[in-house]
Design a protein around this ligand. Structure first.
Ligand code: C2E
Ligand code: CA
Ligand code: CA
Ligand code: CA
Length: 278
């Protein structure tokens, strides 16, 4: 038994070693991803549930690695956050998304664009200025931009985060709390942060109607949103039953595979046209 234990241990160490090397490789490759045009942005529609209109899109980052293929953001964004590369990459996503939304507006398809803002980005001293410059450069109305932040963004320096979000709010930009209920949720944040949207994390939506606890949590978030006058967005909507339930329960917006997977801009446009047409 001892022998097995030791072998297991060695195997374990070897696999950690393997992970570290893999991560180092990815980190090195990631530093070239932007200049080599390997990054691109996909868009997932957000549907106003009671009117069945596409009201927004979330911009999500993708990395097409030359040898490894498509790498999911969960795998490389933590690396970019750890070494600071997320500042440049996040700014690039913001630029792409703002350009795209302004373009869609000019084409008669005005929608709100939601962009994920990492806690590391929010910590940058110039972030407010950078965001306002990006809007100007792309000629996008501030009211069309929504920034998705997670609760971790509020933790390190709450006052700094509050100040910056207030400045963005005064400029007309809206803020959504992403993955609500999964982090260090505190009602203090909600009271002090100028936020307009609450996003119910997909983990509570996935088993909606099958799992009583998840259903209760989703209900609680919807009620909380109502009492604080926030618009609630459910992500990870995969079935018609979930969409119907959420709508009847008072959740205003749904996003998920039931409507569409995140798609490149051209496919997103096609989705909007056929969806409105039905
Ligand atoms: P997130 O912000 O919570 O984004 C929602 C994730 O749920 C996306 O995964 C989306 O593709 C996925 N999703 C949407 N609908 C469904 C559904 O019906 N079923 C299931 N199973 N999944 C659904 P994705 O695109 O892989 O992104 C993962 C995470 O990576 C994001 O989670 C976000 O935290 C991060 N991320 C993606 N793009 C960016 C970015 O530009 N900047 C930053 N800072 N983070 C990003
Ligand atoms: Ca998000
Ligand atoms: Ca989310
Ligand atoms: Ca998430």
């Amino acid at each position: 038994a001892k022998q097995v234990g030791r072998n297991h241990f060695q195997f374990f160490v070897a696999s950690i070693d393997q992970d570290i090397r893999e991560r180092k490789h990815l980190e090195k490759d990631l530093s070239l991803a932007l200049p080599n045009h390997e990054l691109f942005v996909v868009y997932q529609p957000q549907i106003h549930l009671s009117s069945q209109r596409v009201v927004g899109a979330e911009a999500l980052l993708r990395w097409q690695h030359p040898e490894k293929g498509l790498i999911p953001p969960d795998k490389f964004i933590p690396i970019a956050e750890a070494n600071g590369a997320i500042v440049e990459i996040g700014q690039w996503v913001l630029d792409q998304a703002c350009w795209q939304a302004a373009h869609w507006s000019r084409e008669g398809m005005p929608i709100r664009i939601a962009v994920n803002l990492s806690a590391i980005q929010l910590r940058q001293e110039s972030i407010v200025e950078d965001i306002l410059d990006t809007l100007k450069r792309n000629k996008l109305t501030p009211g069309q931009l929504e920034l998705e932040v997670t609760e971790t963004s509020f933790m390190t320096n709450m006052k700094d985060a509050v100040d910056k979000l207030h400045k963005l709010r005064r400029a007309g930009i809206s803020v959504a709390v992403d993955d609500f209920g999964t982090g260090y949720s505190s009602l203090t944040y909600l009271k002090q942060m100028p936020v307009q949207y609450l996003k119910i994390d997909q983990q509570f939506v996935r088993d909606l109607l099958n799992n009583e606890e998840d259903t209760r949590i989703a209900n609680t978030i919807i009620d909380l949103g109502k009492s604080l006058n926030l618009t609630v967005i459910a992500e990870g909507v995969e079935t018609a039953e979930q969409a119907t339930y959420l709508n009847e329960r008072g959740c205003q917006i749904g996003q998920g595979y039931y409507y569409s997977k995140p798609a490149i801009a051209r496919e997103f446009e096609r989705f909007v046209k056929t969806f409105h047409g039905h």
